[in-house]
Every structure is written in C-alpha cells, then in structure tokens.
Write a protein that binds this ligand. Structure first.
Ligand code: AMP
Ligand code: TRP
Length: 362
C-alpha cells in the first residue's frame, strides 16, 4: 500500500496541520510505503517571496522530522524536486472540465478572501491530482478541507482511464482514497473557525513559549461568568484540550465545565500546560536535528531520488498511454510495472507497452 500527502510551505506549521495531517501521516508509516512532500509549487500560488519560500520549505522539513517523520521509513521531498509532476498536471488539465474546477470550494474561498484569480490558483486541484497520481498512491491522509480535492483527483483519474485505458481492467491510474479522521478533521483556531495560517487564528507547533501562552489565553469565549455552567461542546478551549489530554482528563474537564465554578481563564491555563508538554519531546528532537546542518538536506535528497524513480515509471506509462513519445530506451525500461500485488498497475503498464510505437523501440 502506498501512502502520500503534501503540505504547503506557505507559513509556519500549526496544530491544525499537526492533528489533521502530520500525526496521521506519521502513524501510517507503519502501514505501508510512505511519501510526504513539501508542496512548494502549490505555495507559489500565494507566496511570492523567494527567500521566504526557501526558508519555509526548510522549516517544514525540519518540523516534520521533529514531529516523528522517520526518514528510514518515509520518503520526504520537495514537490519541485520532481518536476515531472507539472507535465502530468498539463496532461490532466487537457481532460479536466472547467465546471469541475469552478466548483472547488477552496478556490472559491480564496477568491472570497481577496486572492487574485490566477490560472495557477484555478488549476491548483489539477496539480494536486498529479501529485497523487504520479506515485500510484492508494491512501492520502489529509484534513477535511482537502476532501474535495481528492474527489477531483478521482474524477480526473477516472476520465483518463475512460479515455485511454483500453479495457476497464487496464486502468492508467489507480483511484486514491482519502484518509480523514473524524476527531481531527477540522481543528478550530483561536476564533473557533478552522485553524489556518491565512486566518491568523493559528497556534504554532513550535511557537515560542510566551507567544504560545498569549495565543492560548486569547481564545475567543462567550461571556459566561466564573460560577455559570458552561457547554464544553461549544468551547474551542475544550475542543483543543481534547486533542492533547487523556480520556480521563477529558471527562474531568467536561464535568468541571458543566458544573460551573471555573472560569475560562483557568481552563485556558490548563490547556496551555497540556499543549506545551505534548510538544516538549518534539522541541527537543528539533534542537538535535538543527545541530546537524546537513541532516535535513540529506533526507530531502534521498527522498527526492526515491520519488523520482516512481514518477519516471508512471510518466513513461502515461506518455505511452496518451500517445506522446517516450524518451528512448531508458524510459521504456522504467515503464515496466512495479510489483503492486493487486495487479491494477501491472495491467496498465501493459497498455504502455501496447501504445509504444514500433519505430521508437530502442
Ligand atoms: P496546508 O497548510 O493547507 O498545506 O495544509 C496541510 C494539511 O493540514 C492538509 O492536509 C490540511 O487538510 C491539514 N489542515 C490544515 N489546517 C487544518 C485544520 N485546521 N484542521 C485539520 N486539518 C488541517
Ligand atoms: N493542497 C494541500 C493543502 O493545502 C497540499 C497538497 C498539495 C497535497 N498536493 C497534495 C496534499 C497531494 C495531499 C496530496 O493542504
């Protein structure tokens, strides 16, 4: 089973990223072959400061490693180190219906927030589909906001399969499944809306202690007085606390909410302590990684090598399937099927072979 996900280096990582995507991705390392990347091409749709993009990309790698990404199990790489993905995005865009992309919530939200309607922003889901399909991914761990993008990916893969897979049992692409955990699908931010770097309501994973405390203390609450009973289900403090605390601790806080007699300020202090302790081992690991200047670079170089191998194989299959010239003997060799166990991709490589014009044989 192949598992893949990406995260944009458009800012500093927050606890919504952690619980929505990073922690599930790290847990999945035990279940299959994992590929995680820093979506720097995607970040170009919102970030236009080259030094900031480079710096954020380095930071995402560092933070992901500190949080438990194990480079012996997972390939970690920069999206732009596999430029073939932009070629696949082009091929997908030739069959992508405008209407499908026009319905993308994330695109509409970004326009509503004042972002300029660029072609890149509009095509964002097509590039994301290419990211997923170019690695024959089975499972994509993400937060709920990405669900529609995965549905679009499945639609585009289906269209390519219908158009270019000569038989239903010989698809060009596998159809990926999202992996979204109900409990952490939308982590709320300080104002109770989805936590997001672009809403400024984020609590960062590796924020400085005073800043993090200040942010926790600024969580928006209703004006219930100390003695009043409070509704835990409607409280951002309680929702965030539930991410960090044990079952018993959650039950206890729920009872204190419902009983009254404790103010929100007190609950916020308890949340801060839990949150700060939770990330303590990761802060320590981060310090260690920082001491070895070349560690992250080496991890990224190894990850990109692995990702390129697979992307080259899949692109040879795709180029052959759609009728583009494959690049000489090397690609023909690369287009040989990988052992998947389920036969689907093996079958589609047969298409690659079949579509290969005789004149191009090495
Ligand atoms: P992004 O920062 O948009 O690149 O998001 C990276 C990953 O974190 C994606 O899988 C998102 O779905 C996930 N994510 C971002 N914000 C949240 C949130 N507030 N709650 C849950 N998941 C989130
Ligand atoms: N769009 C994702 C986000 O903003 C990042 C991303 C890009 C991604 N390509 C992907 C996630 C492929 C999963 C798979 O969070």
């Amino acid at each position: 089973m192949r598992i893949l996900s990406g995260i944009q280096p458009s800012g500093v990582l927050h606890i919504g990223n952690y619980f929505g995507m990073m922690r599930p991705a790290i847990e999945l390392q035990k279940e299959g072959e994992t590929f995680y990347f820093i979506a720097d091409y995607h970040a170009l749709t919102s970030l236009r400061d080259p030094e900031a993009l480079r710096e954020n990309s380095r930071r995402v790698a560092l933070d992901f490693l500190a949080c438990g990404l194990d480079p012996e199990r997972a390939a970690l790489f920069r999206q732009s180190d596999v430029p073939q993905v932009t070629e696949l995005a082009w091929i997908l865009s030739t069959i992508a219906p405008m209407g499908l992309l026009e319905r993308a919530h994330s695109y509409k939200d970004k326009l509503a927030r004042g972002m300029a309607a660029t072609v890149g922003l509009f095509n964002y889901p097509v590039l994301m589909a290419a990211d997923i399909l170019i690695y024959d991914s089975d499972i994509v761990p993400v937060g709920k906001d990405q669900k529609q993008h995965i549905e679009i990916t499945r639609d585009l893969a289906g269209k390519i399969n219908e158009t270019y897979g000569s038989e239903p049992d010989q698809p060009v692409f596998k159809l990926p499944e999202p992996r979204i955990h109900a409990k952490t699908e939308v982590v709320p931010g300080l104002d109770g809306q989805k936590m997001s770097k672009s809403y400024g309501n984020n609590i960062d994973i590796f924020g400085d202690e005073n800043e993090t405390r200040k942010r926790v203390m600024s969580i928006v609450t209703d004006s219930a007085p100390v003695e009043a009973p409070k509704d835990p289900e409607r409280s951002t403090i309680f929702k965030l606390y539930s991410l960090f605390a044990s079952k018993d601790e959650i039950t206890e806080m729920r009872e204190r909410f419902e009983k009254g007699g404790t103010g929100y300020g007190e609950f916020k202090k308890e949340l801060f302590v839990k949150l700060w302790d939770y990330f303590a081992p990761m802060r320590k690991r981060r310090e260690e990684i920082l001491r070895d200047k070349s560690y992250s670079d080496n991890v990224l170089a190894r990850g990109s090598e692995r990702a390129n191998q697979i992307a080259d194989q899949v692109m040879a299959r795709v180029r052959a399937a759609v009728g583009l010239r494959t690049r000489g003997g090397e690609d023909r060799q690369n287009s040989r099927p990988r052992a998947t166990g389920d036969g689907s991709v093996r079958a589609s490589n047969a298409i690659a072979e079949k579509h290969q014009p005789a004149s191009e044989s090495p």
